[in-house]
Ligand binder design. Sequence first.
Ligand code: ZN
Length: 249
Amino acid sequence: MNDQQLQRYSRHILLDEIGIDGQEKLLAAHALVIGAGGLGSPVAVYLASAGVGKITLVDNDDVDLTNLQRQIAHTTARVGQPKVESARQALLEINPEVNVVALCERADEQRLQALVASATVVLDCTDNFATRHAINRACVVARVPLVSGAAIRMDGQVAVFDPRSGETACYACLFPPDQQFEEVACSTMGVFAPLVGIIGTMQAAEALKLVAGIGESLADRLLLLDARSMEWTQIRTKRSPDCPVCGEK
Ligand SMILES: [Zn+2]
């Protein structure tokens, strides 16, 4: 690290848990952030400010006026621009040293597998089950840790799926792909603005911990937040031997 970097990251370097070694790991890391909306905004902002060396953003949407109530990486002036370009600009204003790759596309299964294979950590900031399952499959195949978040109305959830050990649950262990879940979208149900900030910030924290090798991750734990009462519920999860994605077949 040069003198500027030592200053920029000094409050991380001061931490016993991070120090020079941990910060070097962050600088060398590649985070794949899928979705540049409500969750993707705080995720990407914190990963960039914290010095994650390379951040790839994937999203095929444009910034819309209705996004600005909660998607803090975007601005009124950037309405109409691709979300990944808008977010890239926001990140580079905070930390011009980060290599931000903006992919304005809807990644299919094959594309996701290629993108995930080159990542240190993956952050699922999407809002539909089909994409969540595709991201999970790619992470299991490539053995890359996945930090998953979701937020709708006043309810949020966050979890880590870490296939590196082969011992903890994957997303499909918890939510079987053949099961029908009610697909709810912010566009119809609404979402409380700071809820995506709370959940997204926790996703960023878990990703930084995984990259720097700090503490205990949320693997095998699902955290649920009810923002009405601001109460967290922790559910212990475990790997399902019958899981169609990570189970023994
Ligand atoms: Zn599984």
